[in-house]
Design a protein around this ligand. Structure first.
Ligand code: UD1
Length: 380
């Protein structure tokens, strides 16, 4: 069997790492090995957004890099399709495996299906219902086309059934991100906050940070960072409310850094007291920060899931989520606060008095990658 797996952007790397691991293990134990080709579309290209994750998570270097880089959505998707089609015509794989919801996921699933190649989507069935999110469009198209839909939780399985997807295409395998979390938690535990700060500081590395007495923020969604009228009040909330109570650690995404500069807000960020700015972090550094944070503020989907497993109180800076299993009402650690400042202030007050409450939804057990591979091998 020949498989091509695709990655494109940062949140894909922690999903593909355990899958590559189980293929390597299969090949060690079997006389007819799987021929596996890893394709990186190159959407994320900075060392800190890409290479670092390959090194830390033991992902072998991509066999093929399409070198797509930045661009509008149409440019990223279009160029990826053109380049990926050449790869497929040359390699003729039995399966294309796509993960998550980034532009590579959409572009490569469409290209595979146009050439009548079977496609498997790992992390299928997540739905925010919000078509203003590019990721939601990517999810819908990929799931509509894929032959095998591997779901992370019961709610996503139900979403697919509600959309009329036939039962035999859907397999509930659990959350592959948690395989990576479990595999790296010991390494993270051994790191000190000090070494993370020294390695990654942009500004203010001298702020005193103690375990369970700091907050962390990550922000990158266009809905939060692409308009000054939204980003500036958010920044004021971080400085006036959060930093007034707790040191705040902010590993800053390139999109957000660019927008802060464009809007003339960078000086304000630099001068804020109690705000520790870091470069984008590697997986293990971020895991260590999350493990001992008092509060997480984020608009990332993956962090919502990691907070649920680690029990870190999480203010999700979005109005909806494709991952409702992470919300408090489903036993998770996260609460939706959008970008409304009053709501943020209230929920931040509440969160300061919460204690860590870890939770593991069904099949978030660190063994999802093996179930993914089994589903592909047993597909008829
Ligand atoms: C992408 C994904 C999003 C994911 C996020 C995690 C899509 C539609 N979006 O959003 O689902 O949560 O990644 O990071 O695929 N840039 C760099 N260096 C890099 C990568 C990007 O400087 O290595 C810059 C780009 O030039 C661009 C900006 O960051 O201006 C945003 O990158 P882009 O790939 O458009 O999407 P993300 O916002 O990162």
């Amino acid at each position: 069997m020949k498989i091509i797996s695709v990655v494109g952007a940062r949140p894909n790397f922690m999903k593909i790492a355990p899958f590559v691991g189980v293929i390597e293990e299969y090949n060690r134990l079997n006389s007819s090995p799987i021929s596996h080709i890893l394709v990186h579309t190159g959407q994320h290209y900075d060392d800190r957004m890409s290479r670092l994750f390959f090194e830390e998570l033991d992902i072998p270097e991509a066999d093929i890099n399409l070198g797509i880089g930045s661009g509008t959505h149409a440019e990223q998707v279009g160029y990826t399709m053109i380049e990926f089609e050449k790869v497929l015509l040359h390699e003729k794989p039995d399966w294309v495996i796509v993960v998550g919801d980034v532009n590579a996921t959409l572009a490569c699933s469409v290209t595979a299906k146009k050439l009548c190649i079977k496609c498997c989507h790992i992390e299928a069935g997540l739905r925010s219902g919000d078509l203003t999110m590019p990721e939601e469009i990517n999810r819908l198209v990929t799931d509509r086309l894929s032959d095998l839909l591997l779901t992370p939780d019961n709610l996503s399985e139900q979403n697919l059934k509600n959309e009329g997807v036939s039962d035999n295409k859907i397999i509930f395998v659990g959350n592959i991100m948690i395989d990576t979390l479990d595999a790296n938690i010991d390494k993270a535990t051994k790191l000190t906050l000090k070494e993370i700060i020294i390695k990654n500081a942009l500004y203010h590395s001298n702020i005193k940070i103690e375990d369970e007495k700091y907050a962390v923020i990550t922000l990158h969604r266009p809905s939060n960072v692409d308009n000054k009228s939204v980003l500036e009040p958010l920044l004021n909330f971080l400085i006036d409310d959060v930093c007034a109570q707790l040191p705040l650690i902010w590993p800053i995404h390139p999109r957000t850094a660019k927008q802060l500069e464009t809007f003339g807000l960078w000086e304000k960020v630099k001068q804020a007291k109690n705000l520790l700015l870091l470069h984008p972090l590697g997986y293990i550094d971020m895991l260590r920060l999350n493990m001992n944070a008092k509060i997480m503020l984020t608009d990332s989907g993956g962090l919502q899931e990691e907070c649920t497993v680690l029990g870190t109180p999480c203010l999700t800076m979005r109005w909806n989520t494709e991952r409702p299993v992470t919300l408090k009402e489903h036993g998770g650690a996260s609460v939706l606060v959008g970008n409304n400042i009053k709501l943020l202030q209230n929920e931040f007050k509440i969160a300061q008095n919460l204690i860590r409450k870890p939770c593991r939804p069904e099949l978030w057990d660190g063994k999802t990658a093996q179930r993914c591979l089994d589903a592909i091998l047993n597909y008829t």
